[in-house]
Unconditional design. Structure first.
Length: 399
């Protein structure tokens, strides 16, 4: 049994997983089926040929209507009989939540109702007195299965298989289910840092301005890229490709253009909240995320490019909601403390630097990672140099 059986029951659809050539043949047959169904009247012989070549009888034809619904809408009993004999699913529904039997009742297609009853078709809306329209219908049933296939291919398949899933009916701009966490397909491909899949989705019409259920834009989720791929050459290419396609977000910059203020901004996640002790916990900042993902070099690059800006004690003491750690603790875990407690970071702000000492000494794992005597001597030497620059003739007494 295939691992895809739980959401893709159409046996002929599974061919694309193991045989790309057969998948192309199925896609071509589906196109012929759609073309035959769109003719008025329906091209029954063309439909027969497409079905014989394993076209899917459950394909969405137009405006969210499966093939059965289109045949009923056009009162075409021959096309309806042909689709049913090729195992079209009678429990699929259209964009309004109506099954084929519902559509037959709605269109008063009595001949079709009799035929559908022979295939054990059941109504979902109109055939049941007092039965209201289902609340959570947001896509046709076949499209839902193909959307699941599309997501599976984005996560585990190749770009070619993503393209085939789209051809088979996957919707690159599917509507999010209400009340459930949701990322559009493009967001998933971007977060996985797979440029070829990103290109396939955008060329298929994916909306680059779509938002996740949490309001995240597509460049926001680039921060979810796994550590190894984060800020890699392919990450850069995706960023540039999205902007070449017209994407723009004034609040999202490429790391090469960051300022220290950009590093202090929170990642797109939850609002600040209080823990059980009443302490305010803030969303992880860009700077905290870079340190935690072993990309502190970006932080040091920003500091080198903006010598007039500097980190503060408050920056280091801000606690993140994601790992419940302060930036100071995250820097300790990353082995960065010796590099941070220098005059290059603190310049002549000795008192502010020393204010962090009690916080480090509280931690058994961090208290010995900084030589404060050496760090304070370095800052004092920096302070002396600054004084000599301002007053070259100043003579300082030795203690």
């Amino acid at each position: 049994m295939s691992e895809w059986d739980d959401f893709d029951p159409e046996q002929k659809r599974r061919a694309m997983l193991d045989d790309p050539e057969k998948a192309e043949r199925l896609i071509a047959a589906d196109r012929r089926l759609i073309a035959a169904m769109l003719k008025n009247p329906i091209d029954v012989e063309g439909l027969r040929t497409a079905l014989t070549d394993d076209a899917c009888p459950d394909r969405i034809i137009i405006n969210g209507m499966p093939a059965l619904h289109v045949a009923i809408h056009k009162h075409d009993i021959k096309a309806l009989d042909l689709l049913l004999r090729h195992a079209a699913r009678t429990d699929d529904w259209d964009i309004e939540g109506a099954t084929a039997m519902d559509e037959a009742y709605r269109k008063r297609f009595h001949e079709g109702i009799k035929l559908l009853k022979l295939f054990n078709a059941e109504p979902r809306i109109y055939g049941e007195p007092g039965h209201d329209k289902p609340d959570e219908v947001y896509a046709p049933s076949y499209e839902m299965r193909m959307n699941q296939l599309l997501f599976k291919m984005i996560r585990f398949g190749t770009a070619k298989q993503v393209s085939q899933a789209i051809e088979l009916g996957g919707n690159v701009n599917m509507k999010a289910p209400e009340g459930q966490p949701f990322w559009p397909p493009l967001h998933v491909a971007v977060a996985q840092c797979e440029l070829d899949k990103v290109k396939v989705l955008i060329e298929a019409g994916a909306d680059i301005f779509a938002r996740s259920s949490r309001g995240q834009e597509v460049c926001d989720v680039q921060w979810e890229t796994p550590g190894v791929k984060f800020l890699s050459p392919e990450w850069d290419q995706i960023y540039d490709y999205l902007h070449d396609k017209g994407y723009a977000n004034l609040f999202v910059k490429h790391p090469r253009d960051f300022t220290l203020n950009d590093l202090r901004q929170p990642l797109p996640e939850s609002e600040p909240k209080k823990d059980m002790r009443g302490e305010v916990i803030y969303p992880r900042t860009v700077m905290h995320h870079l340190v935690a993902t072993n990309h502190a070099d970006v932080v040091f690059d920003v500091l080198a490019r903006n010598p007039q800006e500097h980190l503060t004690a408050q920056d280091f003491l801000t606690r993140s909601t994601r790992d419940r750690k302060t930036l100071l603790e995250a820097c300790g875990d990353a082995g960065l403390l010796p590099k941070l407690f220098t005059s290059d970071i603190w310049q002549d702000r000795l008192e502010e630097m020393m204010s962090l000492r009690p916080h480090l000494e509280k931690s058994l794992s961090l208290r010995y990672k900084v030589d404060f005597n050496k760090a304070s001597a370095d800052v004092r030497a920096r302070r002396l140099q600054e004084l000599k620059k301002k007053a070259p003739k100043l003579q300082l007494k030795r203690n």
